[in-house]
Design a protein around this ligand. Structure first.
Ligand SMILES: NC(=O)c1ccc[n+]([C@@H]2O[C@H](COP(=O)([O-])OP(=O)(O)OC[C@H]3O[C@@H](n4cnc5c(N)ncnc54)[C@H](OP(=O)(O)O)[C@@H]3O)[C@@H](O)[C@H]2O)c1
Length: 432
């Protein structure tokens, strides 16, 4: 039988779900796997806050760094979530004091993971982070263990539940971005502070940084990301996309192109027949393409206390069973510094919404620019939206694959035309 003595720092959504599930399933773990998970210490910011378990069953630490030094613990679970600060200090102290660490903290791993993995490696300790990417979906272990010898060509997916909920609700209820954001905040799905990271695409990019490191051995470097959030997505684009057979999703994708790292998080049109299009509400999904697997698709609950606690449990189980820990799935000295692939060179097909005056000749003038610049148009939709005189009308164009820089040049020209009334909306179309 293996026994872990665990200290838990952070008793919010995930931390309290973890304590509860360990309390409720302790005998099940023992019976099924001969593993005893023994919580010896807990810590949070406010001791006298109402919790859904009895804190007096455990030793309380006002300062979680002291728990990281306590000889009674051999594993510290960090579930506070600061990008550096106290979260970093808890983990660093635990590793220096020869304790394994489990964390759900993607911002910290994406920005400061390298030095902590080095510290864990020197001390032959686990620094486990299944909970940091896509909540309850076991994507880290799938990459590290299940397909460890497979060569990954590309990883893409929906990595943020809040933005997926917002985009789904906009589409299903025909509501504006601002209206749905308010609902999401009222329902407690996101706070003012969290929503900046979610909506801005940063949370998804933190997760993509970790995935891209595991897939391509690229140094953990958050600066390698191109990030565009969803706050500029208009309900009219969601509706036009639907007419064309697409849904708009915040897609994160990573691959190596010409020996450079390409990490993008941006809203894209996803064809209705792509499985990612059916991933609605707060669900997450990841698509892994390898030299053997065309499409390994993982879908599930990407957030929430219980699903995320399930990932923490799986890390605790691994720690109880192993003596050696390849925290990245390969030796840390294999990490490579890649140059960042230039966004200008990206090749994609695109959706454009051009708001113009409703007068003869406009469409042919625009399409002439496309043929002059040798850009192949796939579809054109001209849908007068209202009968109001002088109100601009939308022209929707989808293109075949084109280099972003080339497209930007033609867009600049078209935006300069006197009958074009607004900045042109440009969204990439997800092609796999
Ligand atoms: N929630 C999810 O769905 C989810 C999914 C995947 C990963 N994660 C990650 O899991 C981690 C925890 O998330 P969460 O949603 O559980 O966060 P949360 O609900 O905001 O809880 C944070 C906890 O940290 C405690 N805390 C804050 N500052 C502290 C300090 N200085 N010293 C000690 N404790 C402190 C808080 O104490 P009080 O309770 O006293 O305020 C609270 O218990 C984060 O890294 C997050 O990114 C969360």
């Amino acid at each position: 039988m293996s026994k872990l003595n665990i200290g838990i720092a952070g008793l919010g959504n995930v931390g309290s779900a973890l304590v509860q599930t360990i309390e409720e399933n302790k005998n099940y773990f023992l019976d099924k796997k001969d593993v005893e998970l023994n919580i010896v210490g807990i810590s949070a910011k406010t001791k006298n806050k109402k919790r859904n378990f009895n804190i007096s069953n455990y030793l309380w630490y006002d300062d979680p760094r002291e728990m990281s030094k306590d000889d009674n613990c051999n594993v510290i679970v960090e579930l506070i979530g600061e990008e550096k600060g106290i979260s970093y200090e808890i983990i660093e102290t635990a590793l220096k004091n020869k304790k394994h660490v489990v964390t759900g903290n993607k911002a910290l791993i994406a920005n400061h993971g390298k030095e902590l993995f080095e510290l864990a490696n020197i001390n032959s300790l686990a620094l486990s982070y299944e909970a940091a990417v896509a909540g309850g979906i076991p994507v880290i272990k799938t990459i590290k263990n299940s397909i460890s010898l497979d060569r990954i060509n590309k990883i893409s997916g929906i990595l943020n539940g809040t933005t997926n909920y917002i985009l789904t609700k906009m589409q299903q209820d025909n509501l504006s971005f601002d209206a749905v954001l308010k609902i999401a905040k009222d329902k407690g799905f996101t706070s003012d502070q969290e929503s900046k990271l979610d909506i801005g695409g940063y949370d998804a990019a933190h997760k993509l940084t970790i995935l891209s490191t595991l897939c391509f051995k690229s140094n953990l470097n958050f600066n390698n990301n191109y990030i565009e959030g969803i706050s500029n997505i208009k309900i009219e684009d969601i509706n036009f996309a639907e007419k064309l057979g697409y849904k708009i999703k915040l897609i994160s994708e990573a691959c190596i192109i010409e020996e450079k790292i390409s990490n993008f998080t941006s809203p894209k049109l996803v064809s209705m027949d792509n499985p990612l299009a059916s991933v609605d509400n707060a669900l997450n999904a990841i698509n892994i393409e390898t030299i053997h697997l065309e499409n390994l698709f993982l879908e599930g609950e990407g957030a929430g206390g219980k699903p995320t606690a399930s990932s923490v449990l799986s890390d605790l189980y691994d720690i109880s069973q192993n003596e050696k820990f390849d925290n990245l799935g390969f030796k840390i000295d294999k990490l490579q510094s890649f140059e960042k692939y230039s966004a200008k060179n990206v090749i994609n097909s695109y959706y454009l919404r051009i708001m113009t005056e409703d007068k003869p000749g406009v469409l042919s003038s625009i399409t002439n620019y496309f043929s002059d610049f040798d850009i192949s148009v796939k579809k054109i939709l001209q849908l007068p939206e209202s009968s109001e005189v002088d109100k601009p009308i939308p022209i929707i164009i989808t293109t075949h694959n084109i280099q972003k820089e080339k497209l930007s040049n033609v867009i600049n020209k078209i935006e300069g035309l006197e009958f074009v009334k607004e900045k042109i909306t440009v969204l990439a179309i997800h092609d796999n």
